[in-house]
Design a protein around this ligand. Structure first.
Ligand code: GLP
Length: 241
């Protein structure tokens, strides 16, 4: 079940997303937030940092679990998702870093992945999961082709490597594999906040919202979730479902 907010631009998308996250943090000071990386949520996180500085938000009892991480990038590599989260949010608010979790991209194997799912369960599950969407419809790093339930290692698609190359010095530096929360982990979140910004996301978003549920477009599984808020500045045609 989708509630869709169409915003005029990235700034208003980011304000609304931050408002929804803030409401969660205020209502539930011990919330478990599922967090995403990518360029889309950056201004949302900036807005949360501003609200924290204004004394409106307290992160001291909040926990977070991130969706994904590249394989073989150490946490202090500037393009690692752990570095991203520290830089954009964790180092700027009063969250206890010990309560922030990012999948381990340095330890290969099913055991490490299974530990991540067990960890999420031990936290009591995710209260609000933030998601971006890839141009090919990926969520986290769940790439087109196969629905995988649990946290797993994934070989990144050419299109994802190409899309993410803009953040690296050269395309060769983009890791070829990653660890991602699986679709059961994502769908188990109590609420989902999907953010899509920019013309190049329009097609994937429309497919996710209104197309068939298919592994060719992993975000389409969100149609199975009872509570998804979508915020977009894409000019999508809204349809009744
Ligand atoms: C990346 C991440 C996703 C992210 C997506 C979109 O590859 N693994 O979690 O949502 O691609 O990124 P962006 O917001 O930069 O377009």
């Amino acid at each position: 079940m989708f509630t869709v907010y169409k915003e005029k631009d990235y700034a208003s998308l980011s304000r609304r997303a931050a408002a929804i996250l803030s409401a969660e943090i205020i209502h539930n000071p011990k919330a478990v937030l599922g967090l995403a990386t990518g360029t889309t949520p950056i201004e949302t996180y900036q807005n949360l940092v501003e609200s924290y500085r204004e004394g409106l938000l307290d992160f001291s009892k909040i926990s977070s679990v991130n969706l994904d991480e590249y394989c073989n990038l150490s946490p202090d590599h500037p393009q690692s998702y752990r570095y991203f989260m520290n830089y954009h949010l964790f180092d700027r608010v009063n969250i206890n870093k010990k309560n922030t979790f990012v999948p381990d991209g340095m330890t290969e194997g099913k055991e490490a992945a299974a530990r991540y799912d067990a960890l999420i369960e031990s936290l009591g599950g995710i209260d609000l999961q933030v998601l971006g969407i890839g141009q090919n419809g990926h969520i986290g790093f769940n790439e087109p082709g196969e629905f995988i339930a649990d946290t797993h290692m994934v070989t990144l698609s050419e299109s994802t490597i190409k899309a993410n190359a803009r953040l690296f010095a050269s395309p060769d530096e983009v890791p070829k594999s990653a660890v991602t929360m699986g679709l059961r982990g994502i769908l188990s979140a109590k609420k989902i906040l999907l953010l899509a910004s920019g013309k190049n996301k329009k097609q994937a978003l429309e497919g996710a919202l209104y197309g068939p549920i298919t592994a060719d477009l992993p975000a389409s599984v969100l149609q199975l979730h009872p509570k998804v808020i979508v915020i977009t500045d894409c000019d999508i045609a809204l349809q009744k479902r």
